[in-house]
Design a protein around this ligand. Structure first.
Ligand code: FES
Length: 860
């Protein structure tokens, strides 16, 4: 028996297991998060005898007599200070890393009440945060230290929750104190566990599956194969080519394909059972890359397809060939960008059970409860399904596809049992779609003054084992490859190829991170050839209100690219004058799905029995702060106060479908739907009624963002309702070659909450510093990802440069009170700005990401 203290109480266990498993599975202290169980992420950080430790690496037999503190053991004073400081600094986004960060904060401040910034960074160095870029977490620790020393929490500011207020996000406390629930935090009576046996080979024919021995193992509830699926085996976000399980006779597409699904009373038994399943395969040659996929006579990734080309896009306007042939300066080059792993801190998890209506209820972490509902319903062959979003521990595009939700739904449907299905970190790294690897050939022609005459390009992407969002990502890569500039001749041809690699799909930037790298690098080369600065060439070409983009769209008054350039000009030129290596790049990114696809935002406001207004929308908050946005939108458009309003997480039976959290669309599209619902509420309420008078009433608002399809035969198609614009500058340290500073100026329309906007910018910039200089997702000859969470190259707190996030508040858009989404664009111009700075540093142009010969490069 091992005996130790947890939050002051003596506990004992006879089982030798990790402290993490003991705290979560036996004590149900779910504030201690399981991010990787590999000793890498830090989400499970606790204090042991005052020292920070990762609970996943310590075994219970090593804890005799020791004292463990989790956030649940904080004093009331500490809880209040950390909640205030993290809220005031804007340090909380998805929140999954936050309890671990709080324990690092406490561990530091208990020893050192007045730490320097370097000491804070050192204290946080073992904990990853994928959302915030650490800037605001560091600020929160500083602020907490100051408050602790003063012994007094500042009086609440004059936050009115109107649009433009720097309010504390509404979910700060539950995330800081760890009581907010992600799906894995559900420990329910009678819960069993599900896990899938995955394919042994990336491309093989399944000849037979024998589950007899696995089914006979005590503790196993059942083992299922494709034959047990009551509805469609093939689901998928858009194209239905994602197999729930590969049937006997079927072809595997990658190592993540499920072959069988085990339900057992505990995870240990489920894992043992998987080893007892016998599968016979006929191993076939795999398709490893774009070249193999495109080769004549290539093996087909899908039996049912006649080619490995998953998507083809051709975007053309004007005459690029002719314009380039007449240009005074022409530059061509080949570019490549890597696969990138989202590395959200929370691995995928779903809980499912049969509810009182007899429906399959799925508690999910995803980017759209309605997508989970639709795809699970399709697979089960019934719409007696509901989905409720729990907290979502980050997504960045990687939680748009089904991974565990449908598997949990299937087990519940077939067994009537309450079940949890959770991916291990290794499974997560393999299974969810990544950012696409792109190979690109670009040519740009300019006149003597640097005005772009035309751009022509050919791009190819590896979309891996199923389509996911490979088509739309390719489309966005193509439509945005022209850049935010005013010229008329543009042509691009793109193909996405199926291979037997892990799938690729949505990732913050949605294809634009790839083609922007090529366009912006060519523009920097062009500036040098012409003899003007990279800033100047952008200023000359920049799209301005009323101007026409290469896609023919006339842009509106909210267009703020020039403002983002002007605001960085002084710093950029000062760095140049001082001889510092400095790089620059611009970007544009659509808000909303656009290109003629119906794009609905929907919100229902219900005055419930508590006489409060409850906001319901089927729009997932994945950490970006949508709930806070909708409350601010409601306060601004009604006469209600913050305390009159309750934000409800997305579900599929009360909340109306408001589309996926993708394409930086929710702030604008669901925001406008919310504004319209507020108008109806105020019509009913007038100035003489209170919410009590309206109990039981509902107010519905919707908004359809109307756009023209790609290639529409109109002179000036509206491809997207709105675009965000940005300029980023990278300044290197001339001695060390490290990044000293990033300046990121972003046009966001009306900034709903500038604090959140800054947090999005800082997080996006740090994510893309990794993309530019270090992050890799290498795949071996068996199409298997090689790296673990701790070795893919994510940036840590002590490695980040100074980041100046500049929010350009330029209203002008006629929806959502002028607010434009910012989630994706923050990551787009970073890589070309950084590569340009390195060129100024050592004279070497880089065309392949992550770039080589920098202090950040990992030597194999
Ligand atoms: Fe840190 Fe999301 S807030 S990982």
């Amino acid at each position: 028996m091992y005996s130790f203290f947890v939050n002051g109480c003596q506990v004992s266990t006879s089982k030798k297991q990790s402290l993490l498993r003991f705290l979560r599975d036996e004590m149900h202290l779910t504030s201690v998060k399981d991010g990787c169980s590999q000793g890498a992420c830090g989400a499970c950080t606790v204090l042991i005898d005052g020292e920070t430790c990762k609970a996943c690496v310590l075994q219970t037999d090593r804890l005799e007599g020791r004292s463990i503190i989790t956030v649940d053991g904080l004093s009331k004073w500490e809880s209040e200070v950390y909640t205030y400081a993290y809220g005031e600094a804007g340090a909380v986004q998805c929140g999954f890393c936050i309890p671990g960060m709080i324990m690092c904060t406490k561990g530091l401040l208990d020893r050192n009440p007045d730490p320097t910034e370097e000491e804070i960074k050192y204290a946080l160095r073992n904990n990853y945060c994928r959302c915030t870029g650490y800037v605001k977490i560091i600020a929160a620790v500083k602020l907490a230290a100051k408050i602790m020393r003063a012994g007094k929490i500042p009086a609440a500011g004059a936050d009115d929750w109107l649009l433009g207020s720097r309010v504390h996000r509404l979910d700060v406390e539950e995330k800081v104190l760890g009581y907010g629930k992600y799906p894995d935090d559900y420990y329910l009576d009678g819960m069993c566990y599900g896990t899938a046996l995955r394919s042994k080979y990336p491309r093989a024919r399944v000849l037979s599956i024998d589950t007899t021995a696995a089914k006979a193992l005590p503790g196993v509830i059942d083992v299922f194969t494709a034959a047990d699926i009551p509805g469609e085996n093939k689901i998928g976000h858009l194209k239905h080519d994602q197999y729930t399980m590969i049937p006997v006779g079927g072809l595997t597409h990658y190592l993540g394909d499920a072959i069988a699904l085990v339900a057992a009373e505990d995870m240990e038994t489920a894992e043992k059972a998987k080893k007892l399943i016998k599968v016979e395969y006929e191993v076939l040659p795999a398709v490893h890359n774009i070249q193999e996929a495109a080769a004549e006579g290539a093996p087909l990734v899908f039996d049912e397809e006649t080619t490995n080309v998953q998507a083809y896009k051709h975007v053309s306007r004007g005459n690029a060939d002719e314009a380039i042939s007449k240009a005074a300066h022409v530059i061509s080059h080949h570019f490549e960008t890597p696969w990138t792993e989202h590395a959200f801190l929370e691995p995928e998890c779903a809980v499912a059970y049969i509810d009182d209506d007899g429906d399959v209820m799925i508690i999910s972490t995803d980017q759209s409860a309605y997508c989970t509902f639709h795809e699970s319903s399709l697979m089960l062959g019934t719409d007696k399904v509901k989905c409720q979003n729990a907290l979502v521990g980050g997504g960045f595009g990687g939680k748009e596809d089904m991974t565990v939700q449908h598997l949990a739904a299937l087990i519940t449907y077939l067994t009537r049992r309450l079940v949890k299905v959770r991916l291990t970190r290794a499974e997560s790294l393999l299974i969810h779609p990544k950012r696409h690897h792109f190979e690109m050939d670009f040519t740009m022609g300019c006149d003597e003054e640097g005005h772009i005459m035309g751009v022509k390009a050919k791009v190819a992407s590896d979309t891996g084992a199923f389509a996911s969002l490979g088509g739309p990502v390719l489309e966005r890569a193509c439509t945005h490859a022209a850049g935010p500039y005013a010229y008329e001749n543009f042509e691009i041809e793109g193909r996405a190829y199926y291979t037997n690699n892990p799938p690729a799909g949505a990732f913050r930037g949605f294809g634009v991170t790839q083609t922007c790298f090529a366009t912006e690098t060519l523009l920097n080369m062009m500036a040098d050839e012409i003899g003007i600065t990279p800033w100047e060439i952008r200023y000359r070409n920049a799209i301005r209100p009323g101007g026409v983009l290469p896609n023919g769209q006339i842009v509106d008054e909210s267009t703020g690219l020039v403002e983002t350039l002007e605001v960085v000009k002084e710093e950029y030129e000062a760095a140049l004058a001082a001889g510092k290596p400095v790089g620059i790049a611009c970007a544009m990114k659509n808000a909303g799905v656009g290109v003629g696809i119906p794009d609905w935002g929907r919100v229902k406001l219900i005055v419930e029995e508590d006489a409060k207004l409850h906001i319901y929308s089927g729009a997932s908050c994945i950490g970006q702060g949508l709930g806070t946005v909708l409350v601010q939108m409601t306060v601004t458009n009604t006469d209600l106060k913050r305390d009159d309003i309750v934000y409800e997480r997305s579900n599929t039976w009360i909340a109306p479908d408001s589309g996926t959290t993708s394409g930086s669309r929710q702030t604008m599209i669901t925001g406008e739907a919310c504004r319209r619902a507020c108008e109806k509420l105020m019509e009913a309420k007038g100035s003489d009624k209170s919410l009590k008078d309206l109990i039981g009433q509902e107010f519905y608002g919707d908004y359809l963002a109307k756009t023209d399809p790609l290639g529409a035969d109109v002179p000036n198609p509206v491809s997207h309702v709105a675009y965000g614009y940005a300029t980023q500058v990278c300044i290197l340290n001339e001695k060390t070659g490290k990044i000293d500073r990033m300046i990121a100026a972003h046009d966001v329309g009306k900034a709903v909450n500038p604090l959140s906007c800054e947090g999005q910018i800082e997080g996006g910039v740090v994510m893309s510093i990794g993309y530019a200089v270090r992050e890799k997702y290498p795949i071996d000859e068996n199409c298997k990802p090689i790296e673990k969470y701790g070795s893919i190259g994510l940036f840590r707190a002590h490695e980040i440069p100074k980041i100046d996030a500049i929010v350009i508040d330029k209203p002008g858009l006629n929806v959502a009170c002028g607010a434009i989404g910012i989630g994706e664009i923050t990551s787009i111009p970073t890589a070309p700005a950084i590569t340009d700075a390195y060129y100024r540093y050592d004279g070497s142009r880089r065309y392949v990401l992550p770039i080589d010969n920098t202090p950040y490069e990992r030597k194999e």
